[in-house]
Write a protein that binds this ligand. Structure first.
Ligand SMILES: Cc1ncc(COP(=O)(O)O)c(C=O)c1O
Length: 451
């Protein structure tokens, strides 16, 4: 598969080069030249495979000839060694063999090592990048801006990998305590993964990474690579779980339309969903939940896109005023607002509404959501309000509630148990560098800390 810059279709690259270069030479986002499409017969066969094998089958249409089928199977089986459960709100698993009467599910994407959906993309991307770099004896410096979850997933995916150094930039005081602990304790004293607390917002972190990439001297000197969702290698694997899970749901509920609700910020997760739909996944529509940072929901409603400064909210990983993947969504839909708003419906919610909803779902069903997931679930409820026809609701649960233990415990007034990997991280001593939000400060730090 070849990739094209979203802003100049004459600039093309093979998958591996697009992955390692992160951005096109004109600063554009790489997009697949063509999204593969599968017939219902083909999709039925792929739905009968394991998630990892289905992912490998999809991946072969997006990579280049430096990846054999056997390489992809190995990458995907190794990356996806954890479950992808689809659960009813009472906690029982949906099982295609014994279809339930339930019409509402949570797609729990937080069973990977860092307990957020970012593991799906980071683990594929990490293994694909290493595969290419090992073949070419390459070295890279990865810069990643995080609003909380991406940094952990990327750090984990690249931890202890030869030839790779990872610098995670997060907004100081802008991530949850558990997320911060996770980011600042990856590996030992001489770890190849280092955390930098930027004195600013997530948008400042994202801007710094973009400035780094926009600087040819820095990019060449440090062989910079981005692991943010500006990198197409992050976005493609996020289509795999929409594709496979929609086929599992279709098998359990034949003939009933399926709608996914996605709590959104940078729109990388939604982009993955839109790609899956174009590949033939049986998904009728997407519901998009925003917090008060809602330029995309505004765009859906008005056709006008007005990026803005972000404001802090309870669902901090979605505090994004200028979503990186907006241009990709336009490219996928021929730049047509009517097409985007036919496929996507959106609503935004305040922190008060989110808290009330999280508490109410817990009281009614015993199900505990993270604040981001609660925004997605609220959006699904708002969407369903006026719809009389039967459809299956799937809310994407993007992170384990324990990653936001302070706010979730306060809201539900109960203890939330930390899963083992988080308990381990909480006992470790933090290593973190605090930095002003200026390119010069980043440059100085790289100079002193790259091998
Ligand atoms: C828990 C959680 N939910 C939702 C999102 C938003 O996803 P996206 O930025 O792909 O829209 C993020 C992103 O960091 C996240 O960490």
């Amino acid at each position: 598969m070849n990739y094209r810059s979203h802003s100049n279709s004459k600039l093309t690259a093979r998958f591996g080069d697009a992955l390692l270069a992160s951005l096109a030479p004109d600063g554009g986002l790489w997009m697949p030249e063509k999204i593969p499409h599968f017939t219902p017969e083909q999709t039925a066969k792929m739905g009968a495979m394991s998630f990892a094998d289905c992912a490998a089958k999809l991946a072969r249409h997006f990579v280049d000839d430096r990846f054999s089928d056997a390489d992809l199977t190995e990458i995907c089986r190794d990356a996806y060694s954890f479950p992808v459960p689809i659960k009813a709100l009472n906690g029982t698993l949906m099982d295609a063999a014994t279809p339930e009467t339930a019409n509402e599910y949570m797609l729990e994407l937080f069973h990977g090592p860092t307990l957020a959906f970012k593991d799906f993309a980071a683990r594929f991307m990490g293994r694909a990048a290493s595969h290419l770099m090992n073949a070419e004896n390459d070295t890279r410096t990865i810069l990643v801006a995080t609003s909380g979850d991406t940094g952990g997933a990327i750090g984990d995916a690249f931890l202890n990998q030869d030839g790779i150094q990872v610098f995670i930039l997060f907004p100081k005081g802008g991530v949850s305590k558990v997320q911060e602990q996770q980011l600042c304790t990856m590996g030992g004293k001489n770890s190849n993964v280092q955390a930098i607390a930027v004195d600013g917002t997530f948008d400042d972190c994202q801007k710094l990474v973009k400035l780094g990439f926009g600087n040819k001297r820095l990019t060449e000197k440090y062989s910079l690579m981005s692991a943010n969702s500006i990198n197409v290698g992050r976005v493609i694997p996020q289509s795999f779980y929409y594709f496979w899970t929609s086929l599992q749901i279709k098998a359990a509920h034949p003939g009933v339309p399926i709608v996914y609700s996605i709590p959104s910020g940078n729109l990388g997760n939604l982009t993955g969903g839109l790609i899956a739909k174009q590949m033939g996944a049986p998904i009728e529509r997407f519901v998009v939940g925003n917090n008060s940072n809602d330029p995309f929901v505004d765009y859906l409603k008005t056709g006008k896109y007005s990026p803005r400064a972000s404001v802090p909210t309870l669902s901090n990983a979605m505090d994004i005023g200028r979503p990186n993947n907006f241009p990709r969504i336009l490219v996928l839909n021929d730049n047509d607002h009517d097409t985007v708003s036919d496929i996507c419906w959106g609503a935004s919610f305040s922190d008060e509404e989110t808290e009330r909803h999280l508490r109410q779902v817990h009281r009614t069903h015993g199900y505990v959501m993270c604040p981001h997931t609660a925004v997605g679930h609220l959006a699904m409820e708002a969407f369903a309000y006026d719809i009389e026809d039967e459809f299956i609701r799937v809310t994407v649960a993007t992170a384990h509630p324990a990653k936001f233990v302070d706010s979730v415990e306060r809201i539900i007034r109960e203890d939330v148990l930390l899963p083992a990997p988080l308990q381990k991280a909480m006992k470790k001593t933090k290593r973190v560098h605090v930095m002003a939000p200026h390119l010069k400060a980043l440059e100085d730090y790289l100079e002193l800390n790259t091998a």
